[in-house]
Ligand binder design. Structure first.
Ligand code: HEM
Ligand SMILES: [Ca+2]
Length: 671
C-alpha cells in the first residue's frame, strides 16, 4: 500500500467508519445520567470545530486499529480539508452593516471581527493562565495544582468545608435584597455564558471517578477527604474538565482556552437561542412557542425528572432552563413578554410582515433585559462608586456616543471574569416556594426541585406566576462566602441520594481553567498586594484570615474563587468585597461597550429618540405587572425586600412600556 491513490482510499474508508461512529455521538451524550455533565452539555451537540477535530481523531484511531498508523495526521488532515472538514469558514457581513437587528448567533456584530461574541467561540482572559506543564505532545495545559512552594493545593472540598460552609445550620440569614437578585443573576448568566465540558470521542460522559480518572485531558476528580460531615468516606465527585478550544483547522490551542456555547452579548439569547437551529425550534412565526398555560414549550430531547402525568422537560434559548423551577419561571416571564409585545405590534401596525414584527419585538425585549440588568440588578449588589467608575448605569437622556462603542474590544466573556460572576451562588436559597393567589405559601427543599420542574405544573399550570410572586416578596441569602447547604452539600441530588458541592466544583473549575490565585487579581484591580504575612489580607476579617491560614500554606496560594468571595462584605448584606466588585464590573463594562447593538446606540442599531424614551421607563416591576397573574402590587424596587423605604406600589402606578412610538415599523418612518 504505497500509491497515493491507495492511501487516499484507505483514509476514505476510515472516514466512513469514523462518520458512522459520530452518528452515535449525540445519542450517547443525551443518554448520560451524570448531572454535572448534563448541565454543561445538555443535548450533546458541540460546535463544528470540535466535531471536525473529533472526526479527525476518530479517523486516526480507525487507521491505528486497522494497522495503518504509518499514515500521518498531516496527510489525513489534507485529505479531509479537500472535503471541507477542518477548513476555516469565512463569514460575509455585507447584509448586516446597516441592519437594525442582530444576528441570532452573534456574528457580524463587530464588523471588523465578525466572529467576536459569536456562540461557540473561545473565551477571553483578564490575566494569562497558570497551568501546570504536562508532557509535550500529550496534554500540556494541566490544571493548576501546586502552591508557590511547590506543595499541592488543598483539596477543594476541604476549602469548601473550611470557608464556605454555613455554621448557622438550616437558618439562612437574609439581606435586604429579594430573591429576584438571586434569580435575575442566574438568568443573566445564562444569557452570556455556558462553558461546555469535555466529552469522550463517542460523545459520552467521562467517568472521572472511574476508568477515566487518570485522563488528565478530561478529568480532575474531587476526592472527598476523610471525616467529611456530609459526603460518605471514600466518595468522589465526577468533575470533568472544560472542553478545550480547537482552531478552525483542527489544532488544539495552547495554552488551553475554554469555549462559550452562547453569544456573549446580552442579546436575549436565553429566550431566542444562540444558534439558527435552536432559534427555529423555539420560534413560532411572530411569537415564541409555548405549551398550554401558557408555559414554556416541551423539549422531548431534554432530560429531567418527571414525577407526575402531564409534566414535561421545558425548552428555552439556554439548555439549563430545567435546572431549578425558579429559573424556568424567569424564562417563562420573558417568553410571555415577547408574545405580549408582538401581539401589540401586530395590532398597531396591522401588518403581516412577520419578520419585522418578530425582530422589532426581539429588539425591545433585549433592550428591556439590558436595562433591568444594568440599572436595577447590578446596582443592587455593586457599590455606587463601582457602578460609576465602570459606567454601568444607562444614560438618562440622549444616545451613547459613537466614540464610546469600543469596536477594538473583544466582547467574549472571559474565563476568569465570568467565573467571578459565580458570586451569585451565595444567593441560592435552600427552598423553592410558590405564593398562591390567596397569598398562601407552599414550600419545597431546593434539592427536591433540581432538574425536576414539577413546581411549574402545580396550581393548575400557573406555577411560574406563583414562583415569581414568591421571589418578589422573599429575602435573599446574604452576599457572603457562605454557600447554603442546598447547593454546597445537596447540589443536583438524585433519587439515590448522590449529590455535589457547588463551592468545591467552583474552586476546582478555577484550577481546571488554570486561573491565577486571588492575589494576582488584587493587583489587576490596583488593590494592595499580598505578602507572606497573613495580615496582608486587608480585605478579610481577622476571623476569616484565620480560617484561610488554617487552609492554605501561604496567602499567595489562595484560590481566586475563595479569596474574592470571602472578602469582607458590605454591611447591608448585598455587596461583596473590592476584588469581586472590580472583576464583575469589568466583565459587565466590556459587554456593554463592545456591543454594536447596545440599546442606547443611535439607529439603525438603536432606537428612534421617542422609542428610547419609552424603553427608559421599563423596569422589572413593569414586566412583572404586565405579565404575572393576580399581581396587584410589587415592592417599588422588586430587587429589594419590601420595607418602609421600599413600600408596595400598585401595579397601576408603575410606569410601563408605552408602544405609541412604534406606530409604524422603523424602516417606514419618515426621515
Ligand atoms: C439554584 C441556582 C443555581 C444552580 C443550581 C447553579 C448551578 C451551577 C452549576 C452546577 C454550575 C457549573 C459549575 C461548574 O461545573 O464549574 C454553575 C456555573 C455558573 N453559575 Fe450557577 N447556579 C445557580 C445560580 C446561579 C446564580 C444566581 C448565578 C449568578 C448570579 C450563577 C452564575 C453562574 C456562572 C457565571 C457560572 C459559570 C457558567 C459557565 O461558565 O458555564 N449561578 N452554576
Ligand atoms: Ca447572549
Amino acid at each position: 500500500l504505497t500509491t497515493p491513490r491507495e492511501i487516499g482510499d484507505t483514509i476514505n474508508s476510515a472516514l466512513n467508519e469514523a462518520n458512522r461512529r459520530q452518528e452515535n455521538r449525540t445519542k450517547n451524550g443525551g443518554k448520560s445520567l451524570d448531572q454535572l455533565f448534563l448541565f454543561h452539555n445538555r443535548l450533546g451537540s458541540n460546535d463544528q470545530m470540535t466535531k471536525d477535530k473529533e472526526l479527525l481523531d476518530s479517523v486516526m484511531k480507525v487507521l491505528q486499529e486497522r494497522g495503518k498508523s504509518f499514515i500521518t495526521m498531516d496527510t489525513v488532515k489534507q485529505q479531509l480539508q479537500g472535503q471541507g472538514i477542518c477548513v476555516p469558514k469565512a463569514i460575509n457581513c455585507s447584509l448586516y452593516i446597516d441592519s437594525p437587528y442582530r444576528t441570532i448567533d452573534g456574528s457580524c456584530n463587530n464588523l471588523d471581527h465578525p466572529q467576536w461574541g459569536m456562540s461557540f467561540k473561545p473565551q477571553r482572559r483578564l490575566l494569562p493562565p497558570a497551568y501546570e506543564k504536562g508532557p509535550e505532545k500529550v496534554v500540556r495545559s494541566l490544571p493548576r495544582c501546586r502552591g508557590k512552594n511547590g506543595k499541592p493545593l488543598p483539596n477543594p472540598r476541604t476549602v469548601s468545608n473550611n470557608i464556605h460552609k454555613s455554621l448557622s445550620g438550616s437558618t439562612t440569614q437574609t439581606n435586604e435584597a429579594s430573591l429576584m437578585l438571586f434569580q435575575w443573576g442566574q438568568f443573566i448568566a445564562h444569557d452570556i455564558g455556558l462553558t461546555p465540558v469535555s466529552t469522550r470521542t463517542d460523545g459520552s460522559a467521562p467517568e472521572c471517578c472511574g476508568v477515566d480518572k487518570y485522563n488528565l485531558d478530561l478529568c480532575l476528580p474531587i476526592e472527598i477527604p476523610p471525616g467529611d460531615d456530609y459526603f460518605k468516606n471514600g466518595t468522589c465527585l465526577n468533575f470533568i474538565r472544560s472542553a478545550a478550544v480547537v482552531s478552525e483547522d483542527c489544532t488544539v490551542l495552547e495554552p488551553r482556552e475554554q469555549i462559550n456555547k452562547l453569544t456573549s452579548y446580552m442579546d436575549g439569547s436565553l429566550v431566542y437561542g444562540s444558534t439558527k437551529a435552536e432559534h427555529t425550534r423555539l420560534r413560532n412565526g411572530v411569537f415564541m412557542k409555548v405549551s398550554p398555560g401558557p408555559n414554556l414549550p416541551e423539549n422531548k430531547n431534554a432530560s429531567c425528572t418527571i414525577d407526575h402525568k402531564g409534566e414535561f422537560c421545558m425548552d428555552a434559548g439556554d439548555s439549563r432552563v430545567n435546572v431549578v423551577p425558579s429559573l424556568a419561571s424567569m424564562h417563562t416571564l420573558f417568553v410571555w413578554e415577547h408574545n405580549r409585545i408582538a401581539a401589540k405590534l401586530i395590532e398597531l401596525w396591522g401588518t403581516n410582515d412577520n419578520e419585522t414584527v418578530f425582530q422589532e419585538t426581539r429588539k425591545i425585549v433585549t433592550a428591556q433585559i439590558q436595562r433591568i440588568n444594568y440599572d436595577e440588578f447590578l446596582p443592587t449588589f455593586l457599590p455606587n462608586e463601582t457602578v460609576r467608575k465602570y459606567k454601568l448605569r444607562s444614560l438618562e437622556t440622549g444616545y451613547m456616543e459613537d466614540s464610546e462603542y469600543n469596536k477594538s474590544s473583544d466582547p467574549a466573556i472571559s474565563s476568569d471574569g465570568f467565573y467571578s460572576f459565580r458570586n451569585g451562588h451565595s444567593w441560592i436559597p435552600n427552598q423553592q416556594s410558590l405564593t398562591g393567589e390567596d397569598g398562601v405559601l407552599q414550600t419545597f427543599n431546593v434539592e427536591q426541585t433540581y432538574n425536576n420542574p414539577h413546581l411549574i405544573f402545580l396550581k393548575n399550570l400557573t406555577g411560574a406566576h406563583a414562583m415569581l410572586r414568591w421571589m418578589a416578596s422573599t429575602g435573599c441569602p446574604r452576599s457572603d462566602r457562605i454557600i447554603e447547604a442546598g447547593a454546597r452539600d445537596k447540589l443536583f441530588m438524585t433519587k439515590d441520594g448522590a449529590s455535589l458541592d457547588l463551592a468545591a466544583v467552583n474552586i476546582n473549575r478555577g484550577r481546571d481553567h488554570g486561573l491565577l490565585p486571588y492575589g494576582e487579581y488584587r493587583k489587576l484591580c490596583g488593590l494592595s498586594p499580598l505578602t507572606e504575612s497573613w495580615d496582608s489580607l486587608v480585605d478579610h476579617t481577622p476571623e476569616v484570615r484565620e480560617l484561610l491560614k488554617n487552609t492554605y500554606d501561604q496567602p499567595a496560594d489562595i484560590d481566586f474563587y475563595t479569596g474574592e468571595l470571602s472578602e469582607t462584605p458590605g454591611i447591608n448584606g448585598r455587596t461583596f468585597g473590592p476584588t469581586l466588585n472590580c472583576i464583575v464590573a469589568k466583565e459587565f463594562h466590556n459587554l456593554k461597550f463592545s456591543d454594536r447593538y447596545w440599546h442606547e446606540r443611535k439607529p439603525p442599531e438603536g432606537f428612534a429618540p421617542d422609542q428610547l424614551r419609552s424603553i427608559r421607563k421599563v423596569s422589572l416591576a413593569s414586566v412583572l405587572c404586565e405579565n404575572v397573574k393576580y399581581l396587584q402590587s410589587v415592592p417599588k424596587d422588586p430587587f429589594l425586600s419590601q420595607s418602609c423605604s421600599n413600600p408596595l406600589v400598585s401595579c397601576s402606578d408603575v410606569p410601563k412600556l408605552d408602544l405609541t412610538p412604534w406606530k409604524q415599523p422603523y424602516a417606514n418612518r419618515p426621515g
